[in-house]
Design a binder for this molecule. Structure first.
Ligand SMILES: *[C@@H]1O[C@H](CO)[C@@H](O)[C@H](O)[C@H]1NC(C)=O
Ligand SMILES: *[C@@H]1O[C@H](CO)[C@@H](O)[C@H](O)[C@H]1NC(C)=O
Ligand SMILES: CC(=O)N[C@H]1CO[C@H](CO)[C@@H](O)[C@@H]1O
Length: 640
């Protein structure tokens, strides 16, 4: 039984209501008269410039609905915690510091700009609604919808990953009826059971726990907090190890066993799995006032602090570390992409979430960011030298022997978050150089999108790194030589042949992984840099990215992962024959996989929606996003 009262506040489906249009017409007539005067008087005044208004009112609309009781077959609070902790590290106390503003302070737009932005916002919302409708119809409430065959799939524990991950998107997009229906379904999720033997602690934390906390922060529905606590209690058992460092994988049934010993900490754990549980457990501690959740992650942060200068590249931590020994000095491979990413991302974000009251995170950020800047960021060589000046990418590094650092000029889509990280941190720590790096890294990703035949950046690619960030003339020979190292062969003898056969754009030397998995990191950085700078160009860039992604990924039901972003559709009746492919011709449909991870509706579409919303919609001065695009409320500061 649904007992949901829905009051319509505004028509969110229409860019501009008829009434608005009438008002606009009058305004226009008046403005033309004034405009004539100003043109005549030679004053460059934009009469249509209007300040942004406080956006939609959903933020304050906390009507409580009666939802089914939270259901559970097992109470995780009763699960054993063997290696008990004697004294907890407490959340820092005191009045939150007034941190520097993150967002640009003088947003304004002409009515034409507003109209365009609104049209785009509605288009993103429609794309979300289509996919959500199919998810409801065909796979409710399973983990994922398969977007080609319209079947459900359990891939993240069978707890409704897409459902929980998208709760806050529903709220933010003002899809209230759908939100309340989803909350009711979420109340029925049983964390006492799972489809899997072991669950990824990291993924379960960022998607599910982050999803509940954010939806609770926005809506204050008590059942969402209840679910967060149930799940938080399960995940807390991952810290029940011999040295209280968290496990990467938790065996759910073992964790309940009252006779079990403490778990053995892992000797090979991905750095992100260890280090990026901080925001979710901190927010849980803040909301519940339970110090143990904060204590669990604060220990890991203290360990990171202790080891930061002991690794093979001091300042950074390798992608795989030994949690059992608490020594991070073995591996020689370092990346800001897969396996490491969000740990770095969370340093400035923890600073914001704790109201600047814990100095540790600023230190962890500053000491790592300096090394990233020095060794990992590179300017790619591109044909348009002037454009190239504005671009940066972030590669991987390794140390063949101590003191020697080698750059691998490869960029992952996952690494595209780094523009937003530098931008946000640059604002929070008043460092304009880092804001500048953030803009250039974001433009590097925008460039990689636009360069591809589909307009979408691949999962992983290489470019030629310039020796200098200030001067980098285009040299086709150098590009050709580099590309030949990867593509050269019996029938591929020069760069022109590589371009013909593999559709490799100028400057790109190796497209290691041609897929696009519907990932959010590029639009995430574009969104953050837009909110920081107010630069309208980012809106057009975002729209190009959105339309390209939709054009390539849309299925009759939703959106699917793309197999090859260098794909060029054959002309009608064309002869691009591929053995083993239906009809012998590889088509747009063959280029889409039957897979849509929950981050498409949780993150990618949310960031696209937010960039086309007014800047007060989830302001970065009031909210801080976890790595799954779940906004957490920042502590209120006394602003003077
Ligand atoms: C790592 O550090 C520990 C403690 O300082 C030391 O005993 C060990 O030899 C180091 N290992 C390597 C591979 O450098
Ligand atoms: C371009 O690079 C090649 C080698 O990669 C070098 O021999 C040549 O001198 C370069 N051309 C210019 C104009 O710098
Ligand atoms: C493969 C598998 O075990 N699927 C099960 C996952 O869990 C749901 C409900 O929790 C079952 O209906 C599936 O059969």
């Amino acid at each position: 039984m649904r007992r949901i009262k829905v009051s319509r506040r505004a028509n969110y489906d229409q860019p501009l209501s008829r009434q608005h249009k009438r008002v606009l017409t009058y305004l226009l007539m008046g403005a033309v008269a004034f405009g004539a005067y100003y043109i005549w008087s030679g004053q460059p005044v934009d009469l249509f410039a209007v300040p942004f208004h406080i956006h939609e009112t959903y933020m304050n609309d906390r009507e409580s609905v009666h939802v089914a009781e939270s259901q559970q077959s097992y109470d995780w609070r009763k699960a054993p915690f063997v290696n008990t902790i004697e004294s907890y590290t407490h959340l820092p106390t005191g009045i939150p510091r007034s941190l520097p503003p993150v967002q640009f302070e003088h947003f304004s737009e002409t009515s034409a700009q507003r109209k365009l932005r609104e049209t785009r916002r509605v288009a993103v919302r429609e794309e979300f609604k289509r996919g959500w409708g199919s998810y409801r119809q065909f796979s409710w409430p399973q983990d994922e919808l398969k977007p080609v065959t319209a079947e459900g799939e359990e891939s993240f524990g069978g707890w409704g990953a897409t459902l929980v991950d998208s709760l806050d998107t529903l709220w933010i997009m003002g899809l209230k009826e759908e939100f309340h229906e989803a909350v009711e379904a979420a109340a029925a999720i049983d964390f006492g059971k799972t489809n899997l033997t072991t669950v990824s602690v990291f993924e379960t934390t960022i998607r599910y726990l982050g999803g509940f906390l954010s939806a609770y922060d926005l809506s204050r529905q008590p059942v969402l907090l209840e679910k967060a606590v149930q799940l938080g209690e399960m995940l807390y058992r991952a810290f029940d190890t011999t040295n209280n460092t968290p496990l990467g994988w938790l065996n759910v049934e073992n964790a309940k066993d009252l006779e079990r010993p403490a778990f053995t900490a892992e000797t090979n754990i991905c750095f992100a799995c260890l280090g990026s549980l901080t925001m979710e457990f901190t927010r849980l501690a803040q909301i519940t006032a339970q110090p143990k959740y904060y204590d669990a992650v604060a220990r890991v942060s203290i360990l990171m602090d202790r080891t930061q200068d002991t690794t093979k590249i001091p300042g950074l931590w390798p992608t795989v570390v030994n949690a059992a020994k608490g020594e991070f000095n073995q591996s020689r491979s370092f990346s800001i992409g897969a396996l490491a990413d969000s740990t770095y991302e969370y340093f400035p974000k923890m600073h914001a979430l704790l109201g600047g009251l814990e100095p540790l995170y600023e230190k962890l950020y500053k000491d790592s960011a300096a090394v990233i800047d020095k060794h990992m960021l590179f300017r790619p060589m591109v044909p348009d030298t002037a454009r190239g000046e504005d671009l940066l990418l972030c590669g991987d590094v390794f140390t063949p022997r101590d003191e020697e650092v080698r750059l691998d000029p490869t960029m992952q889509h996952l690494t595209c978050f780094i523009g937003g990280m530098f931008g946000l941190a640059g604002r929070l720590f008043s460092n304009p150089h880092h804001v500048d790096l953030g803009a250039k890294l974001t433009k590097g990703c925008i460039y990689a999108y636009a360069a591809m035949p589909t307009g979408i950046m691949p999962e992983t690619f290489d470019m030629v790194p310039c020796d200098s960030r200030t001067s980098c003339p285009w040299n086709k020979t150098t590009w050709g030589e580099e590309a030949m190292r990867h593509y050269g062969g019996k029938y591929v003898v020069d760069i022109d042949e590589i371009v013909r056969q593999f559709h490799v754009p100028p400057g790109f030397t190796n497209i290691r992984d041609k897929r696009y998995l519907l990932r959010p990191e590029a639009i995430e950085s574009v969104f953050i840099m837009y909110r920081i700078t107010g630069d309208q160009q980012y809106l057009d860039d975002a729209w190009d990215m959105f339309t390209s992604i939709v054009a390539a990924s849309r299925t009759p039901y939703a959106n699917g992962q793309i197999i090859d972003v260098t794909f060029v559709a054959p002309k009608p009746g064309g002869t691009q024959r591929v053995p083993g492919v239906r009809g012998g011709v590889f088509t747009r449909e063959d280029n889409i996989q039957d897979k849509m991870e929950s981050f498409w509706t949780a993150e990618t579409l949310k960031y696209f929606y937010l960039i086309f919303s007014g800047p007060d919609m989830i302001s970065l001065d009031d909210w801080v996003f976890n790595t799954e695009a779940h906004p957490f409320r920042r502590p209120k500061t006394m602003r003077v």
